[in-house]
Design a protein around this ligand. Structure first.
Ligand code: SF4
Ligand code: ZN
Length: 305
């Protein structure tokens, strides 16, 4: 009869096809927490004394990340501030904001809610009403990164932690390969760095946890999470790649890990050959790093004003 590989409990909740492990609920929770904290140590993502800004959408990934990082806060290794960005997507974001607030309050973590309206002067819904040439995610991602950088500086954060999981990262790699965006590929990784002094290092502590397991973790720990999908997500190229990778993983359960491992091996070569060495300047409008006169966020703001 099947039983948990760690404790022998016959009530297993997961059969991890990629590793052959079968785990019960308690052992799965412990395994995930240990794996994330081990990945953080192994990859030196966090140091003692860091002030970590956690991008908390209220979704399963960022909620799980906040709860796991809280272990380091409780041990006084780091300080945490959570930030929720309200993009202004009506009927969707309101619930995420209230779930994020609930989680931050539960853990006693400082929580800021910042909006596209306040930082860029308009909502995603308004932008999409006036724009037909790009999909919502293109604007949303650029503005979100821009706002995160601003908030990190306002808070004096030394790291920005996001809840990107294995599926997200494999999608980013595949999307950029298929579109031939080699410059973008050179920026994908567990940690983003820049020599620009106003730039806060971004880290992805859940990068090696499959989405299926972040969902199961939230369920097993009974965490309050926002499960609804963004109404704009269906349009995106990312969503199509996500579906493709999920399908192929059914027959090849390690495919997303191998996508990641292969990419991490060739990345130093890509960086050597293709990264924009020394060509980054500073945006004339906002002072953020920029390849040209203006950063991407400020170029978009101009189009839409
Ligand atoms: Fe923004 Fe796209 Fe995510 Fe919706 S799916 S929140 S539009 S990036
Ligand atoms: Zn700018």
């Amino acid at each position: 009869m099947d039983a948990c590989d760690k404790c022998g409990n016959p009530q297993i909740i997961i059969n991890r096809k990629q590793s052959g492990q079968m785990l019960c609920q308690d052992c799965f929770i412990e395994f995930i927490q240990e794996k994330v904290l081990k990945d953080i140590r192994r990859q030196k993502l966090i140091e003692k004394g860091d002030k970590v800004l956690v991008a908390l959408s209220g979704g399963k990934d960022s909620v799980m990340l906040l709860h796991i990082l809280n272990n380091l806060k409780k041990r006084r290794i780091i300080d945490i501030v959570a930030v929720t960005i309200d993009e202004g997507i009506s009927g969707y974001r309101e619930h995420g904001v209230s779930i994020a607030t609930q989680n931050a309050e539960m853990l006693g973590i400082k929580h800021r809610i910042v909006s596209f309206k306040d930082y860029i002067g308009g909502t995603i819904d308004e932008i999409m009403k006036n724009s037909s040439d790009r999909n919502a995610c293109t604007y949303c991602g650029v503005f979100r990164r821009w706002i995160l950088n601003q908030v990190a500086r306002e808070e004096g954060a030394t790291k920005i932690a996001t809840g990107h999981n294995l599926d997200d990262e494999a999608q980013s790699i595949m999307m950029n390969y298929l579109e031939g965006n080699i410059q973008n590929l050179t920026r994908i990784g567990v940690r983003s760095e820049s020599s620009y002094e106003g730039f806060t290092v971004k880290i992805k502590p859940l990068r090696e946890i499959p989405e299926k397991e972040t969902a199961l973790y939230a369920l097993a720990c009974d965490l309050p999470v926002h499960l609804a999908g963004c109404p704009y997500a269906g349009d995106s190229f990312r969503a199509k790649i996500g579906t493709f990778l999920k399908q192929i993983s059914q027959e090849h359960p390690t495919i997303m890990y191998s996508t990641l491992r292969g990419f991490d091996k060739i990345k130093p070569v890509l960086k050597e050959e293709f990264s924009q060495k020394g060509s980054m300047g500073v945006c004339e409008e906002c002072g953020e790093p920029a390849a040209g006169k203006f950063c991407k966020a400020c170029s978009f703001r101009k189009l839409w004003k």
